[in-house]
Design a protein around this ligand. Structure first.
Ligand SMILES: Nc1ncnc2c1ncn2[C@@H]1O[C@H](COP(=O)(O)OP(=O)(O)OP(=O)(O)O)[C@@H](O)[C@H]1O
Ligand SMILES: [Mg+2]
Length: 372
């Protein structure tokens, strides 16, 4: 049976690999009590697993539901709400209106230990059309927060691709999220996890939220996690040199891994797979898929220059940030760090804890050669 899928975000827990540390950390911090809780911006390029991660975070928060404690006042009622900017009206009314409706209907889907009063429900229903949606939204949160006492309420907005909000509404939305985060009269009841790529994010969203959100970067899976993704669902039937080839070709990019594995597992006898089959799968992708058509266009000139260096050096050697200085790159350190971050969160290079960066997938590297 073919368990791999590259068409939809991962929903099955047993097909979700890597990002464990990020997930545990985010879940732990968004439910930290009171002012200690944190909100996050998860930076990941195209098909790097942003939606999959958010859905896993949602599941874990829902399972946490009510965080048990001997002391009632230390208990937390956790309500995660997943919002996809792709399928909602990209205005502030659209955004808060959807959050309000999800919140109002939450108890009909999952149990919570208090009722939503008719007053709170009326406020939530008016958010979508209110001239200043912040007012009824925070009013409702205040009501719910009171109803939840002595437990603490934590509503976590999991917002996918926030940057899709209309350009003219961005600053207002960013200021609204900031206000929701820092308003003390709603008793720290709100937290956020927002995904996107910092390249799409733009200044207008970034600056008001800079000090509010903790920044987390997505990255390619390391060898251990990538090999788990390759070997576990296939019960280790794939020849080890083929598994390694899949890892080296994709560099651990989650989507490319799933694509290659899904193609390979269509073959009758996976024990007979060869490295040539991996090559064929990558070629098939290039013939049939358009997922990364815009990869190249969205890279800045500096990104391209830096990536060219990685491609030239190849996968056997890492480069420390300071070493770039000697390579005749006429860019300052801030720009260099920005490009390294963009290449990393796009899944083209990997970072090691010693501040060295390495080329990730061999296949994308060849691909860029052709796109030049
Ligand atoms: N943690 C993971 N474990 C295994 N596979 C993953 C993981 N994350 C992502 N994938 C694979 O990558 C594909 C893309 O994932 P997902 O849709 O979550 O990415 P995304 O960053 O939200 O994409 P987009 O840029 O299109 O919004 C999934 O279909 C799945 O095949
Ligand atoms: Mg997505």
């Amino acid at each position: 049976m073919n368990s791999y899928s590259f068409l939809d975000p991962v929903t099955r827990e047993d097909m979700f690999y890597g990002y464990q540390e990020e997930m545990d950390y985010i879940v732990k911090k968004v439910i930290a009590p009171g002012s200690r809780r944190q909100s996050f911006f998860v930076d990941g390029g195209s098909r790097m697993g942003k939606t999959s991660l958010l859905l896993q975070i949602e599941r874990h928060l829902r399972q946490s539901g009510i965080r048990p404690s001997n002391d009632d006042s230390d208990q937390l009622v956790i309500i995660p709400l997943y919002l996809d900017m792709l399928d909602l009206d990209p205005t502030l009314n659209g955004f808060l209106g959807r959050a309000a409706l999800l919140l109002e209907s939450y108890p009909s889907r999952y149990p919570i230990p208090f009722d939503i009063s008719s007053r709170a429900a009326a406020l939530l229903q008016s958010v979508k059309t209110h001239i200043d949606p912040f007012v009824p939204f925070t009013g409702a949160i205040y009501e719910l927060e009171k109803a939840a006492r002595p437990r603490q309420l934590r509503v976590v907005l999991l917002t996918d691709d926030l940057w899709r909000i209309r350009q003219q509404g961005r600053l207002t939305l960013a200021r609204t999220l900031r206000a929701l985060h820092i308003e003390t009269w709603i008793q720290h009841a709100m937290a956020f996890v927002i995904t996107g790529s910092s390249r799409d994010w733009g200044e207008s969203l970034a600056s008001p939220l800079e000090n509010t959100l903790v920044y987390k970067e997505l990255h390619v899976l390391d060898e251990k996690d990538a090999l788990k993704l390759i070997n576990k669902p296939t019960e280790e039937k794939i020849p080890p040199q083929v598994a390694l080839r899949v890892y080296r070709e994709t560099g651990g990019h989650p989507f490319l891994l799933q694509y290659v594995m899904s193609t390979l597992c269509d073959q009758e006898d996976i024990k007979q797979l060869t490295e040539e089959d991996v090559d064929q799968a990558t070629k098939k992708f290039q013939r049939e898929r358009r997922d990364f058509e815009h990869w190249w266009k969205r890279m800045s000139e500096v990104d391209k220059k830096v990536y060219r260096i990685f491609r030239k050096i190849g996968p056997e050697t890492g480069i420390a940030v300071d070493e770039f200085v000697d390579m005749g790159l006429s860019v300052n350190k801030l720009m260099l760090l920005d490009s390294l971050r963009a290449l990393k969160t796009t899944g083209l290079i990997r970072e090691y804890p010693d501040n060295h960066y390495w080329l990730a997938g061999l296949w994308p590297a060849r691909w860029f050669q052709e796109m030049r």
